[in-house]
Design a protein around this ligand. Sequence first.
Ligand SMILES: *[C@@H]1O[C@H](CO)[C@@H](O)[C@H](O)[C@H]1NC(C)=O
Ligand SMILES: *[C@@H]1O[C@H](CO)[C@@H](O)[C@H](O)[C@H]1NC(C)=O
Ligand SMILES: *[C@@H]1O[C@H](CO)[C@@H](O)[C@H](O)[C@H]1NC(C)=O
Ligand SMILES: *[C@@H]1O[C@H](CO)[C@@H](O)[C@H](O)[C@H]1NC(C)=O
Ligand SMILES: *[C@@H]1O[C@H](CO)[C@@H](O)[C@H](O)[C@H]1NC(C)=O
Ligand SMILES: *[C@@H]1O[C@H](CO)[C@@H](O)[C@H](O)[C@H]1NC(C)=O
Ligand SMILES: *[C@@H]1O[C@H](CO)[C@@H](O)[C@H](O)[C@H]1NC(C)=O
Ligand SMILES: *[C@@H]1O[C@H](CO)[C@@H](O)[C@H](O)[C@H]1NC(C)=O
Ligand SMILES: *[C@@H]1O[C@H](CO)[C@@H](O)[C@H](O)[C@H]1NC(C)=O
Length: 249
Amino acid sequence: MGRLCFSCGAVLGVLAVALLVAPGEALNCTSQKFTNKEVYPNCTDLPHLTANLHWSFNVSNSSLSVAFVAPPAKPGGWVAWAINPTKTGMAGAQALVAFKSNGTVTIQTFDIKSYNFSQSGLKLSYEVWDLSAEESGGTIKIFGKWKLPAKTEKVNQVWQVGPGLSPLGYPMVHAFEAENLAAKAVLQLVGQAAAISPASEPNASAPGPNGSAPGSNGSAPASGAPRGRGELGVGISMAVFMILGSLIA
Ligand SMILES: *[C@@H]1O[C@H](CO)[C@@H](O)[C@H](O)[C@H]1NC(C)=O
Ligand SMILES: *[C@@H]1O[C@H](CO)[C@@H](O)[C@H](O)[C@H]1NC(C)=O
Ligand SMILES: *[C@@H]1O[C@H](CO)[C@@H](O)[C@H](O)[C@H]1NC(C)=O
Ligand SMILES: *[C@@H]1O[C@H](CO)[C@@H](O)[C@H](O)[C@H]1NC(C)=O
Ligand SMILES: *[C@@H]1O[C@H](CO)[C@@H](O)[C@H](O)[C@H]1NC(C)=O
Ligand SMILES: *[C@@H]1O[C@H](CO)[C@@H](O)[C@H](O)[C@H]1NC(C)=O
Ligand SMILES: *[C@@H]1O[C@H](CO)[C@@H](O)[C@H](O)[C@H]1NC(C)=O
Ligand SMILES: *[C@@H]1O[C@H](CO)[C@@H](O)[C@H](O)[C@H]1NC(C)=O
Ligand SMILES: *[C@@H]1O[C@H](CO)[C@@H](O)[C@H](O)[C@H]1NC(C)=O
């Protein structure tokens, strides 16, 4: 009995990982094309919710232009991309939310205060412009430009997808699956972006008590990486755990 459950757990584990990895291959930075005239030299395949972010950052005036692409949680649902100026999570995030209202995809800004969108303000703490959204092939694209504070080098980004609109026209609360809760990361705008990849984890059994690589003097752009990797690792283990749990239950 115990052996049976053990091997069945292993099979489910492989299945769970496959389920997690598979959707990411459908949509990615290399396969995405845009019809607008914007040029986005940078792109990040986001590690959750099959989303990606194409972007361009002008250091001299701290302007960030983004194109965020994700499939809503259900047809008629919403997608959102946000910058959180103070924290890493949802609360306080300055969000661009796109949804279909009356048959047309529209975009709305939200200063997120709670899961209940009707309690959030509509005015962002950033100046944003050229906002638009479009729907195609089961995904919604959000376009927008952001004026960031001078000398900004990275931002906390948060993204999300939800199932639909409330009767009053507000985005309904999103699911609380591990994928949803893990949908946040640092977006490195200046310098070299740290890879959002758990696979490239350096050797943990590093020599010496302080574990620093010889010669390296902790170059600045790497500073955001360890926390991002840690969160991602936790997110993936949580996802596997939750999928296993739901399959076994
Ligand atoms: C990106 O998507 C294209 C088309 O679906 C596919 O051919 C390519 O292998 C994908 N690349 C990655 C890195 O997933
Ligand atoms: C960045 O912004 C400055 C000031 O508006 C502008 O002169 C410059 O051409 C922009 N750079 C790019 C690459 O668009
Ligand atoms: C910064 O420069 C870019 C590229 O020239 C331009 O599109 C954008 O409007 C500028 N931002 C501001 C806040 O003027
Ligand atoms: C949809 O559009 C119609 C016609 O403009 C309008 O009468 C109706 O109130 C709209 N419904 C919603 C939910 O906005
Ligand atoms: C959201 O907040 C509004 C206004 O405070 C309230 O009327 C509504 O019932 C709340 N919705 C949910 C789902 O809690
Ligand atoms: C953005 O793209 C440019 C051009 O490919 C590249 O030089 C730069 O390093 C990228 N920025 C980040 C943060 O990856
Ligand atoms: C990691 O450490 C192991 C054991 O110390 C070593 O055999 C392996 O080559 C290391 N890998 C890397 C990438 O340094
Ligand atoms: C390790 O780091 C601590 C605190 O930064 C320092 O006091 C200690 O001397 C370091 N040890 C080595 C072997 O570098
Ligand atoms: C490491 O960086 C610090 C601060 O930038 C500097 O004071 C120190 O001399 C550097 N050490 C080496 C070995 O480069």
